[in-house]
Write a protein that binds this ligand. Structure first.
Ligand SMILES: NC(=O)c1ccc[n+]([C@@H]2O[C@H](COP(=O)([O-])OP(=O)(O)OC[C@H]3O[C@@H](n4cnc5c(N)ncnc54)[C@H](O)[C@@H]3O)[C@@H](O)[C@H]2O)c1
Length: 413
């Protein structure tokens, strides 16, 4: 018998309904079903909307409890309406507020959330944790929910644009450790993610552009129609416009979420490391750590995407017109395309880090047309330098007096 055949023979694989034979070696396998809903809704906090109460298992059932964990800024803005909503629905909320800034995204805050679960005496399967806030709050609460008794059900209510199209709709949770972003984390799906753009009325305008960066990413890698829609609307997107959710805004958010879910669903646990949603996320983690003044996540992603557009053009993958359309769209939303610390040296060291994260290969997603992506493994330092020069020269031309056409989406159809 060959050694391979002997190894196979040592792993008895009895059918599931047969008793496992006694022996010295067994093989265990199980399939973990994951299913969760993402729902766009209007007036989530209106007592006439039963969506949140139903997600909590309430809406008329007496004695329903839940643990509401809210970003402290969001609590100041929406806490009273949230409390009124639960009162109207006869649901007893236990309440915890947690700061929603990146500095609070750590294991200590995860532990605080688990302590609130203990204080409440949360029932392990029927009582829900409701996370209300931006991406930071959702990541912290999701991680706490995944760890507490090895998993309790939770509901996500994202209140930032980035949360609504990205952090709130996938299955990743996590916190920072030392100076490493999201170094500790889990994959743990919520039961439901409830998206209501009305929360966006109060976000800082800088956070509009921050979220738009992730929407532009989805457009560049898989949705040319979304790209066109963004070219026509992005420059006028304010918190009020997003909150009012006119049809074009609704379509933009819906397309961004659908595209994201299409990419995530077949690869929820990231067994395949060629991920188009990693577009703009090769060089940006290193930039995000070093930028001074600091950049938001989406801003760092925008600077990364700018260099990726140039890399794709310089390789002959993308026409100059399309590369410049991408750069013009980034600028039109107020996103940066360059940063002083984003040098060829930084790009090279960021790429080395990405290779470790991507198990030994670059696997850099680049656009070979607007709405389409390929992966490359052979980017050189020289190419990085030339791509940076392209972006810098674009930015200089676009900022020059009389160059308005460049930055006002001249390529828009
Ligand atoms: N898990 C994932 O798949 C995933 C994906 C992308 C990003 N992320 C994470 O998301 C985080 C960024 O999320 P973010 O951009 O939402 O930032 P954030 O959570 O820090 O929120 C930004 C700021 O807006 C405030 N805020 C939230 N909602 C508000 C509202 N409706 N009105 C007024 N202020 C409000 C917050 O208090 C905070 O000060 C990062 O830590 C990133 O790593 C996670």
């Amino acid at each position: 018998m060959s050694s391979e055949a002997a190894a196979t023979a040592a792993i008895p694989s009895a059918p599931f309904d047969m008793p496992r034979p006694p022996g010295l070696s067994w093989y265990v396998q199980a399939h973990h079903h994951v299913g969760y809903e993402v729902n766009i809704t209007r007036n989530l906090l209106s007592p006439s909307n039963p969506t949140l109460a139903r997600a909590c298992g309430g809406d008329g059932r007496p004695g329903t409890r839940c643990l509401v964990v809210v970003d402290s800024t969001v609590d100041g803005l929406y806490g009273a309406r949230l409390r009124d909503y639960f009162a109207a629905k006869g649901i007893e909320p236990h309440w915890l507020t947690v700061p929603g800034d990146e500095d609070s995204k750590d294991l200590d805050h995860v532990v605080r959330v688990t302590e609130a679960m203990t204080d409440m005496g949360i029932l392990r399967r029927t009582e829900k944790v409701v996370a209300v806030g931006g991406g930071v709050l959702l990541d912290v609460v999701g991680m706490a929910a995944s760890l507490y008794r090895r998993g309790v059900p939770y509901i996500r209510v994202p209140t930032t644009l980035l949360g609504q199209v990205d952090a709130g709709v996938g299955v990743k949770t996590g916190v920072n450790q030392d100076r490493h972003k999201n170094r500790l984390g889990t994959y743990f799906a919520p039961q439901t993610a409830l998206i209501d753009t009305a929360f966006l009325r109060t976000i800082d305008p800088r956070h509009v552009a921050n979220g738009l960066a992730e929407i532009i990413k989805m457009a560049l890698v898989k949705d040319a129609v979304l790209f066109g829609l963004l070219e026509r609307t992005a420059a006028g997107l304010t918190p009020d416009v997003l909150a009012d959710c006119a049809p074009a805004v609704g379509e933009m958010i819906s397309r961004a979420i659908a595209g994201m879910l299409d990419e995530l669903e077949p690869n929820l646990w990231e067994s395949v490391l060629e991920r188009s949603v990693d577009y703009g996320h090769t060089f940006s983690p290193s930039l995000e750590l070093r930028a001074d003044p600091p950049l938001l996540h989406g801003e760092a992603v925008a600077v990364d995407m700018a260099v990726c557009l140039a890399l794709a053009h310089n390789r002959g993958l993308l026409t100059r017109a399309d590369a410049d359309r991408g750069l013009a769209l980034l600028r039109a939303t107020g996103l940066p395309v360059t940063d002083p610390v984003f040098t060829a040296d930084l790009l090279e060291s960021a790429l080395r880090d990405a290779v470790k994260h991507r198990d030994g290969l670059q696997r850099v997603p680049l656009t070979d047309a607007i709405g389409s992506v390929v992966f490359v493994n052979d980017i050189t330092r020289d190419e990085l330098g030339r791509a940076l020069s392209y972006v810098h020269s674009y930015a200089e031309r676009a900022a020059a007096p009389g160059a308005a056409a460049l930055s006002t989406l001249s390529g828009a159809p």
